[in-house]
Structures are given as C-alpha cells and as structure tokens.
Write a new protein. Structure first.
Length: 404
C-alpha cells in the first residue's frame, strides 16, 4: 500500500470582531455567488450545445464581471479560488469519487479559500500562549485560538462559518507521518450501534454524544421550533440554539474519531475493519409513491444511530494514518472465534455471544472483531507466504482531499 505526502488540514477557531465578521461574510457571499454561477453554467450544458466553460474561460468571465459590477470589484480578487474549487469538484465528480457539485445556500455552506500569490506563505503570528492571528485580505488580522502549533510555511487556508455562527480557519499542509510500532501486531475493529467500536483486544470505544441534560434541552428546542412561525426572529434564535447543540455533538464525534484512529495507528501495524458501504446502509427507506418503503421509522432511527457513531469517519481517518484491511462482513457476528462454528443462534442478544457447539461465551462485538482480525491476518499471511503481518515500507499519511 502506497502512502503519499499530500495535503491535510489543521483547523483553528477564529474570533473576528463585528466589523471583521461583516468583511468575512462579504467574502463568503462573493465566493458563493461565483460558485453558484459555475454550477448554473454546468447545469445548462447538454449534449449538442458544445463543451461547458472550463476554469480558464470562467476566470476570464469573472474578470469581466468584476470590471462591470462595482460590488464584486470591491471584494477580494481571491474569490477566483471558488472557480478552482469548482473545477476540482467537477474533476472529482467525473472521476467517480464524489457527487456532482450543488448549489450553495446562504448560512449553510459559508466559506472561502485564500491562496498565497506565487507560492508565498500567508502570515500567521502568535500573540500569547493561547491566542494567535492570521491575516485575511481586506479584513486584516483576525484572532484565532492557538490550540496547537500552526504548520509553518502554509500557502493556502480556508475560512468557514457553520450554522452555529462559529468561524474556523483550516490551513493546508503536509502532515507528519504517524510512527509505526514495528511489532507486527494486528487488530480487528467491529463497528456497532450500542458500542461504536469494539476491538479484538477486548477494548470498547464509544462516541461521547450529548449529555442527558443537553439531550433534554435539544428535545425542548425542537418542540419550540415546531411552534415558532416561519420567518420570525424567535424561530431564527431557536435554530441557532439547536445548531450550537448539534455542533457540540459533531465536535465530540470528530474528536473521538481523531483520537481513536491515532491511538490505533500508533499501537498496531495493520488494522482490519469490515468492508461496509455506510452510504448505502444509511440510505432512506421511504421509497416512492408507487412503491412505498416499509418500517421507515425504524430504518430512520437506525440510520441516525449509524451516523451518530461515526462509522465512516473512523475508517476514513484510519486509512489516512495507517494500513487498513477491509474484510467481508458476512457471518462475522455469527461465527465462533474459538471453534469456527457458525450459526444464527450463537448470538443470543446484541451483547452476548454463546457458541451452541463448544459453549464459548464472549461479548458479541469482541468476538466479531476477533473474526475480522483473523480473516485479515490469514489473507496477509497467504499473500506474504510467511508468518508475519505484511507492513508497508512507509507509514506516511495517505492523501486527504480538501473540501471544495
């Protein structure tokens, strides 16, 4: 498995003043306007109409638009990076790795990217132990929380605003490699709903969600949102409060995935997971009018639980940091890891596994994780022709695509 030294991102919290926030919002509006125009041009294209305009043609059109419209010329010329992002998004779509780029809505996908001219690194400076500053064109020095050292020589960064009103800056850089332990150890990871990740070592890892008090507050806010009149100030305030709770839950899930993936990458040479299509598993079961779905509410609850446990994010971050082997998930939860007997009755409940043949008893998720590990190690040994787990020569991080 090859590991390439490409870009990753380090994100920091921004704290702009009210005047700076107005400037940042203006940048976001210009970038969103340019992006949506590019989406409209691409949507207009049909076979027989000729090729859709590419980045060079769109950049020329943007120059003409900036000369014709004063409000667009008043903003930063770095808005052109939205066209580069769109060109990369279309390239990813045609490559089959991403979906087709869609419209951006105000307040939902706010952000813009800044790239240094002629490869020049942008200015970032530290003011105190926990405070730093980054210079944004036509906005000035904006304070950020110095939660960790900022990568040196950064040549591009992205400023974003989430629904909770929080601003962040993400610097693109080459990440440091995660050191391999060199012990030849392997581990199996079974992802579940009750337990987010069960390891073949017997460890249980669970995503920290909202506390009971926060969950109750979210429930009350959702009921208040239903009673609020659309377009009212009260409804807008409730939506912001809900977004803040949701953002808190998302941050905890991301933090858990980062810490868990880094810990596994440092402790084990090979990590085995089930080859699950999380996107297909969390697809809606509503169906159509002609063919309506069944058990829609139960399936919707399962989808929320899968997404809340970060199945996809955990494996994605593991693949960025260490060799990951995907194995066939069939019957891993019904097969005894001790004697190999497979039966549906082996799994007595969500948590209890008791083999009907040899009587072996274990946690059902841990038993499945051990089956995943044995399957991955067995394939590796067969491929190597020896008794050791195959390891790559280079443990540098895998490519991480920057968001468009």
């Amino acid at each position: 498995m090859a590991f390439g030294r490409l870009r990753s991102v380090s994100r920091y919290r921004l704290y702009p003043t009210p005047a700076q926030e107005a400037g940042l919002l203006e940048h976001c509006g210009h970038a969103r306007f340019v992006w949506n125009l590019a989406v409209e041009q691409q949507a207009w294209w049909r076979p027989g109409r000729g090729p859709a305009p590419g980045y060079v043609a769109q950049a020329r059109q943007l120059t003409e638009a900036r000369a014709a419209f004063g409000w667009l010329a008043a903003g930063s010329q770095t808005v052109q990076q939205a066209l580069r992002d769109f060109a990369q998004a279309m390239a990813n779509f045609f490559a089959g790795t991403h979906r087709r780029p869609t419209w951006r809505k105000a307040g939902v996908r706010e952000g813009f990217r800044i790239v240094g001219a002629r490869g020049r690194a942008w200015e970032v400076r530290r003011l105190s132990r926990r405070v730093g500053e980054v210079r944004v064109p036509k906005v000035g020095w904006v304070r950020l929380r110095w939660s960790r050292p900022v990568p040196s020589g950064v040549k591009s960064f992205r400023v974003t605003r989430d629904r909770a009103g929080r601003w962040h800056v993400a610097f693109a850089h080459v990440p440091d490699p995660v050191p391999a332990p060199g012990s030849g150890e392997a581990v199996g990871v079974d992802r579940g709903v009750a337990v987010s990740a069960a390891l073949s070592t017997g460890e249980m890892r669970t995503v920290p969600g909202l506390t009971p008090g926060e969950a109750e507050r979210l429930h009350r806010l959702l009921r208040r949102l239903d009673r609020a009149r659309r377009g009212s100030n009260r409804r807008a305030r409730v939506k912001v409060a809900i977004a803040r709770l949701k953002a808190r839950e998302t941050d905890r899930r991301k933090d858990w995935a980062e810490k868990t993936s880094t810990d596994l990458a440092r402790r084990f040479d090979v990590i085995a997971v089930e080859d699950l299509d999380v996107h297909a598993m969390t697809r809606s079961a509503k169906g159509t009018i002609e063919a309506p779905g069944t058990n829609v509410r139960a399936k919707a609850g399962l989808n929320r639980s899968i997404l809340a446990n970060g199945w996809g994010r955990l494996v994605t971050r593991l693949e960025h940091k260490a060799p990951v082997r995907r194995v066939d998930p069939a019957y891993t939860s019904q097969t005894c890891n001790t004697c190999g007997h497979r039966a549906r009755d082996n799994r007595k409940s969500q948590a209890v596994f008791r083999c009907t043949a040899c009587g072996h008893q274990d946690n059902a998720d841990v038993n499945a994780a051990r089956n995943i590990k044995d399957t991955a190690v067995g394939r590796t040994v067969a491929a190597r022709g020896g008794g050791a787990v195959a390891r790559p020569v280079n443990r540098e991080p895998q490519p991480v695509l920057l968001p468009a």
